[in-house]
Design a protein around this ligand. Structure first.
Ligand code: HEC
Ligand code: HEC
Length: 270
């Protein structure tokens, strides 16, 4: 009991400093180091909170990115925290002198813990190791699976889908499995499909490249870019579905495991 108490003490002491000495009875009563909200529902709620409040800087899937100003939070390593309680504090109090402001002392504990749970669920190294064969997966990727028809890895392939050269950095094993069987899960608007039908019934369908009030552009499967006016004689339709087919039926479970092993091995740093 003594050692436990002494390890808890710093967290409680810090809480006291941050709240100007007024530590709520609840904070003392509950083990300040242990996250009480770790169920799958908490992961989902945490993700929802994250998307609403954090994704503008850290990216929709917390992986950072070119346009974002916050770091990748999916590596399982944090510069400012080495425990769940530490993460809790960073999310509440922010990082001094940076744009990471934190949610503030008024944020409710449950939401803060759920955000911690969500971030922990993203750790790509925590999900175990792939059961399939990466070498067999690589063969499938360029061969039977024909993934290079849409995806690029290290400069080879096409640009209909995201570049997968370092997909292992940003997707956990379970995410990669979902990517293969349910491409419409977590679909970003960037990957929506658009279908235009001409006056003679001709159809152009493909990736919705850009769209404004008057025009839109579609990239078809052959990567031809076609521009349309919204006020011409073509009708159009936005389809909130991925152009990627699901592979639940067309590939066996073993084949998918091999592909996942290959994708998981694709890292920016070996
Ligand atoms: C305005 C942009 C912005 C928003 C919004 C934002 N962050 Fe941050 N966050 C940053 C920046 C920038 C850093 C890096 C600070 C530093 O160390 O220089 C950071 C750092 C962090 C860290 C520490 C990373 C580490 O390596 O220790 C965590 C955890 C974090 N943010 C979580 C969140 C969560 C959760 C939210 C939403 C509640 C959020 N952030 C909202 C910009 C933001
Ligand atoms: C017809 C085009 C097409 C084909 C064929 C295709 N994909 Fe995709 N893929 C996409 C698009 C578009 C996305 C982005 C939208 C989404 O997540 O569904 C995507 C997303 C992904 C993602 C998620 C990437 C990320 O950054 O989150 C993975 C992994 C993936 N594909 C793997 C594969 C593998 C493996 C194959 C071959 C078995 C394959 N894809 C075949 C178009 C395609």
């Amino acid at each position: 009991m003594r050692t436990r108490l002494s390890t808890r003490w710093p967290a409680v002491a810090l809480l006291a400093t941050l709240t100007g000495g007024a530590v709520p009875a609840m904070a003392l009563a509950q083990d300040a180091d242990n996250n009480p909200y770790t169920s799958r529902i908490d992961v989902r709620t945490g993700r929802r909170l994250f998307r609403a409040q954090c994704s503008t800087c850290h990216g929709l899937n917390a992986a950072g990115g070119n346009e974002s100003t916050g770091p990748d939070l999916t590596t399982g390593r944090f510069r400012h925290a080495d425990s769940d309680a530490g993460l809790f504090r960073v999310i509440r109090d922010g990082v001094r002198s940076t744009s990471m402001l934190g949610l503030g002392a008024d944020a409710n504990d449950q939401s803060l813990w759920q955000l911690v749970t969500y971030l922990r669920s993203l750790d790509v190294t925590a999900g175990g190791t792939p059961s399939g064969s990466s070498a067999a997966g690589q063969q499938l990727f360029t061969g039977k699976g024909d993934c290079t028809r849409c995806h690029m890895v290290n400069g080879r392939g096409q640009r209909i889908g995201p570049d997968l050269s370092s997909v292992g950095d940003r997707r956990a094993l379970a995410d990669l499995e979902t990517d293969l069987v349910d491409p419409d899960a977590e679909l970003l608007p960037r990957w929506w499909t658009m279908r235009a039908v001409g006056p003679g019934g001709q159809v152009v369908e493909g990736l919705r490249m850009d769209e404004d009030t008057f025009t839109f552009r579609i990239m078809d499967a052959e990567q031809n870019l076609r521009a349309f006016s919204k006020y011409g004689d073509w009708t159009y339709e936005r389809i909130q579905q991925s152009t990627m087919p699901g592979y639940a039926e067309t590939l066996t479970a073993d084949e998918r495991n091999d592909l996942v092993a290959y994708l998981f091995s694709l890292r920016s740093e070996p």
